[in-house]
Design a protein around this ligand. Sequence first.
Ligand SMILES: [Mg+2]
Length: 220
Amino acid sequence: MLFIFDIDDTLVDTSATITPYRVQKALQKLVEKGLVTDLETASQEMAFFQKKARTSKEALQAFFQKHHLPLSHLTFALDALYKDDLAPDTPVRTTPFAVETLQALSSYPLYIVSKGYDYLQHQKLEKAGIDTAIFCKILIDNVGNKGLFYQKILNENPSTAVMVGDQVEGDLLPAKKLGLWTVHMRWGRGVIPSQNPCVDFQISELKEMLPIVPMIEGRV
Ligand SMILES: [Mg+2]
């Protein structure tokens, strides 16, 4: 059996630490450029849009629309959110018991398949204190199709595989299509229980993986 983990809001508590910090940085840049006058009001408005949006990108787009800001400036605001290096003072932490759970599962092959930029995803792991040596491979999906990366792992290591991620559509649906077991990590925007039939198990903390392992082993 092997395990594949997502990073954001699965191993790393991105939505409660990194995202609010980087949204604030993006708004500060808009203030510096004279596009927004009051940082505090802008922060409150963004917090409102964040609650309604599926992604921070959508929230930022809604903010731009409301203020009729030129879309030519959206790129640098999005870069501040998704692309720029993590500033040294960026708060980063794991989700609860991530390190302990990885350690407990370390007799199995462990993989990461995560969407984003390679350098940034590695910075998140490092700053969160996750020892990357525990993973056989860390694959960063820069095309938006995690299924390709799951298939690559299965080709190299044909085995019962379990995918753990917070995004039902992005993480778990392509996993289920390839016959993987799926665990929905209910964290961040994915906190609401999913009714999607592609979800085999739901957890709200990673340590809940441990009793699931013998259940899967008993069914294969
Ligand atoms: Mg995620």
